[in-house]
Design a protein around this ligand. Sequence first.
Ligand SMILES: C[S@@+](CC[C@H](N)C(=O)[O-])C[C@H]1O[C@@H](n2cnc3c(N)ncnc32)[C@H](O)[C@@H]1O
Length: 224
Amino acid sequence: MPTSPPDKPFGTADPDLSRWAEKTFAPEDPVLAEIRERSVAAGLPAIAVGKMDGLHLEVLARLSRARKAVEIGTLGGYSGVCILRGMDEGVLHTFELSEKHAEVARESFRKAGVAERARVHVGPALRLLPEIEGEGPFDLCFIDADKTGYPAYLAWAEKNLKIGGVVIGDNAFGFGGVVRDVPGTDREGVLAIRKFNEELARSGRFRATMIPTSEGLAVGVRVR
Ligand SMILES: C[S@@+](CC[C@H](N)C(=O)[O-])C[C@H]1O[C@@H](n2cnc3c(N)ncnc32)[C@H](O)[C@@H]1O
């Protein structure tokens, strides 16, 4: 059996290994598959988290024993259901700009049997987040909405997470834009994602890492 290379690469570039992991860990059950399909059929963009990302969210929620969680960017409720599955009790506040998306998400929460624990807030997250601050501090905050908003969402999380609380940001590779110019990529969004990562990694207020999913799932624990 070959030994590990001395300089171990980050993530896997081997699609066979990715497929094997998906097959072995079976991240998407029929409930989640139905949410993904119904969301697209309702005209929502196909931009929900990937299957393994959904499983990461569930496991991270469980690891952090989350009871009070926040999600910024609901879409059709796919990731929200994953987070709630990792919470034996408690509430997820999820924020969504579009009423149409929120409507699909409410149905998803209902079908997944978690509707009574999901609070869907409709409108721009930055305007609405202060309304829940009285319920904090929170255990987990998942950021997955407009990319230009990431630094402000991280600042909100820093202020409203407990010490030991977890912040997670999807698309943290900025669709490749954090390292090179990618034609068609929103420059302002990429710069904001870069700022989000730098703040998360270097501010000293989080201990953070990057889960090397295809789009980059940044995860930090508030340490001060
Ligand atoms: C990538 S999708 C979220 C996917 C979802 N987390 C999932 O994996 O199932 C981003 C969502 O954020 C919403 N959004 C964009 N800007 C927003 C804002 N300022 N406030 C709240 N939601 C916003 C979009 O309408 C969209 O539904």
